[in-house]
Design a protein around this ligand. Structure first.
Ligand SMILES: Nc1ncnc2c1ncn2[C@@H]1O[C@H](COP(=O)(O)OP(=O)(O)O)[C@@H](O)[C@H]1O
Ligand SMILES: [Mg+2]
Length: 368
């Protein structure tokens, strides 16, 4: 069995490590010369939308998947009929455009922050008037880690926001003073089997995920999140892992966005779950029975952004994952996972490690 992945970053690398355990071979397409996943399989060095590379991948693999959601949907048509592609292209289509994604949530009765499409300066004025400040504007396409976003807090922020992002199609959404953020990761296999991981509580700084902890003692919230994920998996006839990011505000649970792939907020599942999200993604797309998503304790994950401090190397209070990437400000270089017997112990470990981690300086400058 050989799986082809479009993209060979750290997600492709962690998929590759899971593949090794299952006796599956991996192959990748990626434009960089030494991507993180190169240690796991052959990399065809090429642009993500290069038909020749995609055809070469599809002709030599049993199934194709991708590790990021900006693979052009059109490019996938080059491999149509050569090998199945999971998650399905429709999921990619919705997740690539924040407006389509929000319309999908609406159609499934999944609550979300009030929003409006913005295509002109007049639209922006109207959106601010209707939604009320603060408002965040986001590029409809290609945003990640808080990039392509601008938070408007005062009426005189409008000009700067428009100067920064007005040349692209946008959505404006109400800024939600959430209590906290969670994500729910689900997986559906070709045969339609579904498994849901316990939700994790996530902290973002400057729009970038900093820490995740799971499980949470919140049965009603967990049930709601799981219900939303079931609706998405069913509607999209989904195959693979899907992550849904949510805002919790009092007793309301609002969808933020979903990712049709393995997700940073699920990295703790490598040590913290009976079966990791990476292994279950492979099981799902290869039509194997899914593995248990039961937790093995209280897991915490701290992202290592911009640098991996020497003090963390060799420390024995967590499992360090170094993706082998060149250090650059704002870049996710690795993560540390800790496991504890209870939530308080897990929180203490996460905080101790987090204190050693340099503050990220990237992301949208005006995000509070
Ligand atoms: N409407 C909002 N209200 C409050 N915080 C928000 C809102 N939109 C985004 N954020 C914050 O910014 C982070 C990144 O935004 P998100 O829409 O998830 O973009 P990305 O694709 O970059 O992850 C969120 O996890 C959250 O912390
Ligand atoms: Mg996000």
């Amino acid at each position: 069995m050989r799986v082809g992945i479009i993209g060979a970053g750290q997600l492709g690398q962690m998929l590759g490590f899971a593949a090794r355990k299952l006796g599956i071979e991996m192959r990748y397409v990626d434009p960089s010369s030494k991507p993180p996943a190169a240690v796991c399989g052959k990399v065809i060095q090429s642009a993500f939308d290069d038909p020749v590379a995609l055809i070469a991948l599809a002709e030599t693999c049993d199934v194709i998947s991708y590790e990021f959601e900006n693979v052009p949907v059109d490019a996938l048509q080059h491999i149509d009929g050569l090998a199945p592609v999971y998650p399905p292209a429709s999921a990619l289509w919705f997740s690539q455009d924040r407006l389509h994604e929000k319309q999908l949530f609406d159609s499934l009765d999944i609550p979300l922050a009030p929003y409006l499409a913005v295509n002109s300066r007049i639209d922006l004025d109207t959106a601010v008037e209707k939604l009320g400040l603060p408002v965040v504007i986001k590029t409809r396409r290609l945003g990640y880690d808080g990039k392509g976003q601008f938070v408007l807090r005062h009426a005189d922020d409008l000009d700067a926001a428009w100067d920064a992002l007005g040349d692209r199609p946008l959505v404006a959404e109400q800024w939600i003073a959430f209590d906290y953020e969670v994500s729910c990761i689900g997986v559906r296999s070709i045969r339609g089997e579904i498994a849901i991981y316990p939700i994790s509580r996530n902290v973002h700084i400057d729009g970038i995920l900093r820490t995740s902890r799971s499980p949470l003692d919140a049965p009603s919230l967990s049930a709601t999140a799981s219900d939303y994920v079931h609706r998405l998996l069913g509607e999209l006839n989904y195959v693979g892992v899907l992550a849904l990011e949510l805002f919790v505000v009092g007793d309301r649970v609002l969808a933020n966005e979903f990712a049709p792939r393995v997700h940073n907020s699920g990295h703790w599942t490598i040590e913290g779950s009976a079966t990791s999200q990476f292994e279950n993604h492979l099981r799902a797309i290869l039509d194997m029975p899914l593995g248990s998503t039961a937790s093995l304790g209280h897991a915490g994950m701290v992202n290592l952004i911009g640098e991996i401090p020497d003090s963390l190397r060799g420390a024995n209070h967590g499992k360090l994952h170094d993706y082998g990437k060149l250090a650059r400000p704002g870049r996710k270089l690795g993560h540390i996972t800790v496991l504890a017997d209870n939530a308080a112990e897990c929180d203490a470990l996460v905080e101790k490690i987090d204190k050693n981690v340099t503050q990220s300086t990237s992301g949208p400058e005006n995000v509070a």
